[in-house]
Ligand binder design. Structure first.
Ligand SMILES: NC(=O)c1ccc[n+]([C@@H]2O[C@H](COP(=O)([O-])OP(=O)(O)OC[C@H]3O[C@@H](n4cnc5c(N)ncnc54)[C@H](O)[C@@H]3O)[C@@H](O)[C@H]2O)c1
Length: 267
């Protein structure tokens, strides 16, 4: 199950957190991975750790808001590994403010990374993905990191929620467009609950600030109580879902959203 032997995967925001764990899991499953991030040194460390385990990985600098940066990373991936089969649009930021406090500059940065980045990645990787998809039984795959905040409203960060709602529907529209064009690229989104990463920690700090307590431990335990499964998520929980959506085992899935949230949105 969930093997990616011979596949080439490009993961944005893969220096740390969910993206880094996805790179590790994909490499263990047989893929050659491109660890792409604005955090150059951290991306190199992640790629080095993967190659030290005997798997294939390279680090590449990527700013998802820049068209030229995407063109360069696709070039690197195809030159280094010969093709591109999988794109994970993972890079994203959390604002941690309500819309009465946010500035225009903060909004533009949020939209640039969380939405423009996903569009540019999809647009600039699509030709290479279509080429490899045409030679594969179940096609190539795009997995977009949305969020539970792309399915239901967010008490903490309405503007983040707006961007993730956009990613949710862009995923479905992308699947339809590729279907209409006859391009064999499946496109699905994943919707994590609260995951213990740098961004997860940022959500606890935001909750503590908004409730006026400044008690981050209390904010963390409030978040935990919202997950009926009885724990917060870890990057591996999401990476395994992404692996499935990228593998041929999900060959009949496109335009879908996979919710991996410990029951958060079941209530
Ligand atoms: N952690 C959670 O609770 C949670 C929940 C739901 C969805 N998500 C989503 O999962 C994805 C990964 O989140 P994470 O928790 O691992 O966060 P993280 O902050 O640990 O990692 C995000 C990565 O994206 C990179 N990045 C930021 N801006 C970039 C840019 N312009 N170009 C390239 N890379 C850039 C960062 O350098 C970092 O390595 C995000 O899209 C996030 O919105 C996270």
């Amino acid at each position: 199950m969930n093997r990616l032997d011979g596949k080439v995967a490009l993961i944005s925001g893969a220096a740390r957190g969910i993206g880094a764990e996805t790179a590790r899991k994909m490499a263990q499953a047989g893929a050659s991975v491109v660890v792409a991030d604005v955090l150059e040194e951290r991306a190199k460390e992640t790629a080095k750790e993967i190659t030290a385990s005997g798997a294939k990985a390279i680090a590449s600098t990527l700013d998802v808001t820049s068209e030229a940066s995407w063109t360069a990373v696709v070039d690197t991936a195809t030159k280094q590994f010969g093709k591109l089969d999988i794109l994970v649009n993972n890079a994203g930021i959390f604002l941690g403010k309500d819309f009465m406090e946010a500035t225009m500059e903060e909004w533009r940065r949020l939209v640039d990374i969380n939405m423009t980045g996903v569009w540019l990645g999809t647009k600039l990787c699509a030709p290479a993905l279509a080429e490899s998809g045409a030679k594969s039984k179940h096609g190539s795959a795009i997995v977009n990191l949305a969020s539970v905040a792309g399915l239901v409203g967010s008490q903490l960060d309405p503007l983040y929620s707006m961007t993730k709602g956009g990613v949710t529907l862009f995923t479905k529209s992308t699947a339809l467009l590729f279907g209409r064009k006859g391009w064999k690229i499946r496109c699905n989104s994943i919707h994590p609950g609260v995951i213990q990463t740098d961004m997860g920690a940022q959500t606890f700090a935001t909750r503590a600030r908004i409730t006026g307590t400044n008690d981050v431990d209390d904010a963390r335990s409030t978040a935990l109580k919202q997950h009926p499964i009885g724990r917060l998520g870890v990057p591996e929980d999401i990476a395994l879902g992404i692996l499935y959506l990228a593998s041929d085992d999900s060959g009949f899935m496109t335009g879908s959203g996979m919710v991996v949230d410990g029951g958060l949105t079941a209530q």
